[in-house]
Design a protein around this ligand. Sequence first.
Ligand code: ADP
Ligand code: MG
Length: 358
Amino acid sequence: MPKVRMRNALKKVSFTRLFAKLKIRRHQHKAIFFYCISLPWILIYLPSVGYGQAKRYKFQKMLMGSPFQLVLYSSSDSVAQEAARKAFVRIEQLNERLSDYRDGSEINRLSATAGKKEWMAVSDDLFRILEISRKISRQTQGAFDVTVGPVVQLWRRALRRNHFPEPQELENVRKAVNYKYIRLRKRNRQVMLTKPSMRLDVGGIGKGFAADEALKIIKQEGISSALIDAGGDLTLADPPPGKTGWTVEITSGNGRDSTAILLLANVGVATSGATYRYLEHEGKRYSHIVNPKTGVGLRFHVRTTVVAPNGTLADALATACSVAGIQKSKKMLRRFPEAKVWLLEIRDGKQEEWKSIP
Ligand code: ADP
Ligand code: MG
């Protein structure tokens, strides 16, 4: 029986798991080796200390296995604490609705209606994330697609059983993957999934979406200078008081230790890649990011960092660029002139890099 292994290759926390509790088998020695030869880009934020009346507050909470960190500037302890509490509650609420790992979550109940020709009325959160996802799918020509659920499920099963999926199994699930099978009725906030066996999975966008929503809550509480770090993906509001931006250092793992130090505000910064988690089968690695058209985990090693106007778009585009690779991403990103990227790709041992981040 072919052996299937999954490794968590790096120390960096895997933040996609906001909506997931993937059990990862760790193979320490190999993991360390891989870490050495292929350092990822690491996002570090370096907030300033307090300025004037406003103090800097930091809150952290594990949500579905991922550390969520909030950095807020406020002149009041109670305002900062209340804002953080409400922000965490909001993230938990989103997780309850959007996690495909939770039995009975709204998204899973919707997936259960697939192929039944039924319209289901859904929450504003679910409707909006599907609307945004479908738009990004169109703009990325299907590189990003939240209907990858059946494929992701198949790979998860493969992991549990230690058995590589059969080509026929892959072929069967692939047929249920296409964002065009999602129908939306905006007026009644209703959704129909037109293909049997469809399954939605917003793991590639949900973390950014949740961070954007949490920032909205923080702003409603009267705080404008804030940062959310969702396990390495950053969503930024206004800069710390007296500063022109949050200092964000993006370090490349291209072996030359190139870094970009950026002063950013009111943007999302997301990193995505085949590096963190992958399946290994007969010496070949397959990423947890799948190509929706083939149903297979990415084979080439690619790392993407995207800076976009918000966390949602940054998260989704990071996944999309991973699927598209450098050449196709160049063309694809013309539709997103406001997004800046840093892509590293290794195919057949050859390394290529492309950067529109200054
Ligand atoms: P990470 O932050 O862990 O590198 P991403 O933000 O790229 O990951 O999201 C990966 C997750 O997105 C997968 O675990 C899966 O749930 C989902 N996914 C995988 N492939 C795609 C795809 N092509 N389009 C949209 N979502 C995807
Ligand atoms: Mg993503």
